[in-house]
Design a protein around this ligand. Sequence first.
Ligand code: C2E
Ligand code: CA
Ligand code: CA
Length: 562
Amino acid sequence: MFSQEPVILIVDDAASGVRVLSETVRGLGQVYFATDGPGALNTARQCRPDLVLLDIEMPDMDGYEVCAALKSDPEICDASVIFVTSHAQVENELRALRCGGVDFLHKPLNVLVARARIRAHLTLRNEAKRLANHDALTNLPNRLLLQDRANQALRQAIGTKGRVGMLLLDLDNFKSINDSVSHAVGDAVLLEVGRRLVKAGRVTDTISRNGGDEFIILMPDIRSLETVGSFAARLLSEMTVPFETPSGRYTLTASIGISLFPDDSADMDSLYRHAEAAMYQAKRDGRNRYGFFSSRIEDSIRARHRLDQHMRSALEQGVFEVFYQAKVNVLQRDIVGVEALIRWRDADGKRVQPSDFIPLAEETGLIIPIGRYVLLQACKDARVWRERGHEICVSVNISAVQFKEDDFLETVKNVLEITGAEARMLELEITEGVLARDVDKSRKTLAALKELGIRVAIDDFGIGYSSLAYLKQFPIDVLKIDRSFVQDMLTEKLDSAIIDAIIKLGQVLNLELVAEGVELPEQAAALRDKGCLVMQGYLYSRPAPFAQMSEMLENGPDIGEL
Ligand code: C2E
Ligand code: CA
Ligand code: CA
């Protein structure tokens, strides 16, 4: 709303006048210029000046007229106007002040004095703005500034497809203190509430007081709904710390309503109304709690919270399992590798699909210990298989969150050490998008993996980030053709053509190719004819537990007629 730097507009039709004035205000702010009245009004509408230095004698439109026009435009009428003239008549000066000017400077200027006066006006103007935008008691932003920040946050969120949250916090039993003790104590409590909120918030949040005992917190750029919920919970617990005042200790609670853009509100107005409605609901539900306006959001947060708790205990109790799916070379008619796939039966014995819990685990960071667990198990199993004489490579899926972790490489090395698995038996599957996000860092990590002797496959190739240029720069070993292309290749020309292109690309870059999701012998035959010999899919093997995969390794895969 107010940029730190004041904006100054200099209006003078004479070049010499402009020169002296800009010399005078040098370093005091951001300076704009105009050389006539209409130009001045135009520029003012764009730059929203805090201060206008306005020459009186100009052709067409004189300074008085410009000032009157400025003052009648609600968008720019707040600017402080200082007239500048070589005419010394008292009449001029009076007229200038009457039409809305705040001061009068005589030419030739005494630069030092003029500068000091301009600075004094800028200070006044700044103070006026602060007063207009802040609550007098707590000095927090008021509703006006909040509105401005909210609009800014909404615009930004539209651009970035992000989320904005509004939390309306209302104290539960403030009235009793204020009415029965004293207003001074009430004020002290409100001040302290403001302080605690500011301390709990992020720097980017706007903590504002809406009057009375109602505070509004604007959270731009929200990453996950959980953040908002846990922030609200933290605010509530901050409020329960007793308030020490000169007249004693008081215990308070608060109720918070939360609305979200764009999930349940489309603009500032509905954000506020919905936060308010949610706050009243929280009061009806028994106070000292927070609630979301949308029950759908509330339910989904609860469900995600439960899932998160279940995952944590699953991890502790070691109930995650690692299954394996074979990769088969159809010419050699042999299993050349296996992919490790996580499996989970929850407490009720129900199977939970990876696609139903991996995304949440990625958001909460739980994927890091889960991913480490899979890596560890896969390396242990690889070692056992090697001891039994099976020279196969075990692939492990690595999520973006793991790959980005600073100690990712350390973890991998550490797991190899603990398990005694050989690096060349390990392959990591990474999706395209992960590498594209931070090319330099990715290249370094991949180079370090290569150095260790670990293989890298690009998973789901073809559906993600499709700049092919990066392929050349990264030391990778394998392209895995995404299942979606294989699925439709027999009926859709385009999918078949994409597979052709991927195979060509792989051959030129000297990469191994693996087709995912092969379910039909016809798909396998077509892929083989196109030049992709390694396949993975239900046709050959469903993901299976270690024991079953071990049997398959002993007996060889069932390739059938091809
Ligand atoms: P993905 O890496 O593309 O894994 C292949 C998925 O395709 C597996 O699903 C597998 O069971 C399934 N699949 C294999 N052959 C066929 C087929 O012929 N037809 C069909 N329709 N599907 C087939 P799953 O096990 O449900 O895993 C889904 C995704 O979850 C995986 O996709 C991977 O992105 C992720 N995931 C699984 N395990 C892990 C893990 O340990 N760590 C991480 N970060 N992600 C994992
Ligand atoms: Ca995979
Ligand atoms: Ca895949």
